[in-house]
Design a binder for this molecule. Structure first.
Ligand code: NAD
Length: 357
């Protein structure tokens, strides 16, 4: 098959890590008989420098015309003092909006060979952990009605958490599509003992799964208990679906369980199959241009693209297995270096992974 991928390298380490992911995708193409066409577009600080805007029109048009988008990261010291609408992050928010992406999927995976990187006790994580948080991205309290009034000690302010059946069903569909390819289990996180919006959430996720995905088992968990369970027994989780604010908080907590920012990928999806795939870390200006950045998060983001946008499960598994094998053999970039292991630079890490596919 032929796939057109828009690549938004961005700033800092963005071009290095994207080049590592492209190397791996090209190897997948050779091995499995696919053709990946990569077209690079500007975003973030590099776009500000070249076109005086963090999100040029050609970038939006190119992404909308592509089969999917791979993003490095945006931002850096140089643009830190720009006015708000000219900041690199504005490019990122703008492209998510233009592509109408309403879900954010963040797998927090702790690889068995990196168990000692986790801040948790080894016996809690010895068999590895993979928590996939599916977060609703465009609704809830971050986008609800808000206001403020009064003055001094009488000042007050409010924000509104509101969800419609339509919004809950469309995020649940994304969670079900993921769960069906995995454990067929979903934990839905809410605060239904207190919030009316959570009670609608709970009712809707069950009705939706029973009607459309009867083979999937849906369990409910209150958000406060979930926060506790993630550190108490992280291995019990597989796919977790939740609202915007709960997902925001829990995904950072789950990421921390894995102990290494350079290993975690994320995707944002909307109604179609086209998605935006990126590492969860930023542009790391402190190490940019030194070829020491870990490319694995971006390589895993590319793997998620193959699975979730193109339906290429075997190709996804091939990348995941290659990453696991390179780690098992003791190769490490600086950020995940451990005693007795072999340190390699970023481009070598990508090369090693590509060679094992
Ligand atoms: P960061 O994630 O860029 O870096 C935090 C620390 O982790 C740094 O020490 C960095 O060297 C290290 N690090 C990050 N990625 C790494 C990798 N792949 N390999 C090895 N080490 C890695 O966060 P920050 O320093 O707070 O932000 C830097 C810039 O990135 C800022 O301009 C910020 O706004 C931007 N940012 C962008 C995104 C994005 O594009 N999605 C996300 C977060 C931050």
């Amino acid at each position: 098959m032929k796939y057109n991928i828009a690549v938004l390298d961005g700033d800092g380490i963005g071009p290095e890590i994207c080049s590592g992911a492209i190397k791996v995708l090209e190897r997948i193409g050779e091995k499995f008989g696919h053709q990946f066409n990569f077209t690079h577009y500007l975003i973030g600080g590099s776009a500000i420098d070249a076109c005086d805007t963090p999100l040029p029109v050609e970038t939006v048009t190119g992404c909308l015309a592509s089969d999917s988008v791979l993003l490095g990261a945006v931002g850096g010291y140089k643009w830190d003092n720009m006015p708000v609408d000219k900041r690199p992050e504005k490019g990122l928010l703008g492209i998510r909006k233009a592509m109408e992406l309403y879900s954010n999927i963040r797998p927090a995976k702790l690889w068995k060979s990196l168990v000692s990187a986790s801040p948790l006790r080894p016996d809690l994580v010895k068999d590895g952990v993979e928590i996939i948080i599916v977060r609703e991205l465009t609704g809830g309290i971050y986008f609800g009605e808000r206001g403020k009034g009064g003055e001094g000690k009488d000042a007050f302010a409010w924000d509104t958490e509101k969800y419609s059946v339509y919004e809950i069903e469309r995020i649940m569909k994304i969670a079900c599509e993921l769960a069906i390819k995995r454990s067929k289990r979903i934990i839905s996180v809410d605060k239904a003992n207190v919030l009316e919006s959570s009670r609608l959430w709970r009712k809707t996720v069950h009705e939706y799964a029973e009607l459309h995905y009867p083979e999937i088992q849906v369990e409910d968990m209150l958000v406060d208990n979930t926060a506790m369970q993630i550190v108490k027994n992280p291995a019990q989780f597989d796919v977790v679906v939740t609202s915007n604010i709960f997902g925001d908080i829990l995904s950072d907590e789950a990421a921390q369980v894995t102990g290494s920012i350079g290993m975690l990928a994320s995707s944002s999806l909307g109604d179609g199959t086209r998605g935006l795939y990126e590492p969860i870390h930023g542009s790391a200006p402190d190490i940019a241009g030194k070829d020491i950045a870990n490319p694995i998060a971006t390589i895993l983001a590319a793997a998620m693209m193959l699975r979730d946008s193109f339906g290429l499960q075997r190709e996804y598994s091939a990348i995941e297995a290659a990453v696991g094998s390179v780690l098992e053999d003791g190769y490490r970039t600086a950020d995940i270096m451990q005693e007795g292991k072999t340190r390699v630079n970023g481009s070598r890490m990508a090369q090693l992974i590509a060679e094992r596919i």
